[in-house]
Design a protein around this ligand. Sequence first.
Ligand SMILES: Cc1cc2nc3c(=O)[nH]c(=O)nc-3n(C[C@H](O)[C@H](O)[C@H](O)COP(=O)(O)O)c2cc1C
Length: 350
Amino acid sequence: MNPHLTPWTVQPEAFPSDGFISDRLEFLLNYAILAPSAHNTQPWLFRINVSDVEIFADTRRALSVADPRRRELVIACGCALYNLRVAAHYFGQHDAVDVFPDPHQPNLLARLTLRGSAETASEDIVLFQAITERRTNREAFRPDPIAEEILVELAEASAAEGAWLAIVTDDQSRQAVAELVAKADRIQWASHDFRKELAAWIRTDAEHQADGIPTRELGFRDWMSFAGPALIRTFNRGDNQAARDAEIASHSPAIAVLGTYEDDPSSWLCAGQALESVLLHAQSEGLSVSHLNQPIEVADLRPDVGRIVDRSDFPQIILRLGYGPSVGPTPRRSVHSRLLMQDPSKAPPH
Ligand SMILES: Cc1cc2nc3c(=O)[nH]c(=O)nc-3n(C[C@H](O)[C@H](O)[C@H](O)COP(=O)(O)O)c2cc1C
């Protein structure tokens, strides 16, 4: 088995309940690193102190073309923070989170402190289970409708984290999103820099890589799987990508736009926690989910996303929801490789 897939088989029995707080925090990070991130960049770093863990943005892993403001990078770190919180609750740990605790360290996104014990709620158990089962699923979904109660549950999950979730199921809105995704694909793929950056994170030899997206996850077949990155760099496949995405988007039974009231780093961190909460709730209901964020990444198209769902504030993420075939996990870098030591000479990246 690919050693970079072993993080998905973390054993909860190994939780050091009688250990030091720092040992418990280090164990909880096994769940934080299973969070999703754009291109599977895993742009987080952690520093464990006596009774808290700090989450830093690893700006060396930023996608400077697709995500120049590092918005999606912070969202991914928010997802990791949410997993950390869910895992803490599952193991009966009471936590307190300070976001952006030090104005002099903008890359220090959050500090989670363990403060004694707390009772585990049944929802914590369900969400915890979903952390290791969640996958991004880029396959086509069956047209079966999603029950209204489940859609309401997802919107409530997002609202509980301070973000809104607008879900459309009617043909006209889904078609409008699909057209916008196709338009954004053509714009992004026309840029050589975009293709070069994407190609750098596509993995043909996924067994040996701890990050990036395996070609099989992108729906590349046969020879494309071997030549993928070179082809992406060299040719503008925008029309093919646009056609595939539009087809898949318009046939998904529901499309959800997750957004925030402001558009600053703390809103992005909040969006990330809301996103992971939505993804874990969706997983626990047996739903498959994947991303269609291209029209938000292309700044000029972002307001059009808001118009489709009747919002004038800030869309952050577009998801398609439905029931799809099962897909495999993507690799992860180990917790150990993501830890910052307490040695002050090893300062976190700026
Ligand atoms: C902020 C963010 C943006 C993402 N954008 C896209 C996207 O535009 N297209 C896509 O196919 N997947 C997108 N993803 C999903 C990642 O590619 C996926 O999380 C990563 O490859 C790891 O795989 P996993 O989610 O199955 O663990 C995004 C994820 C996050 C958190």
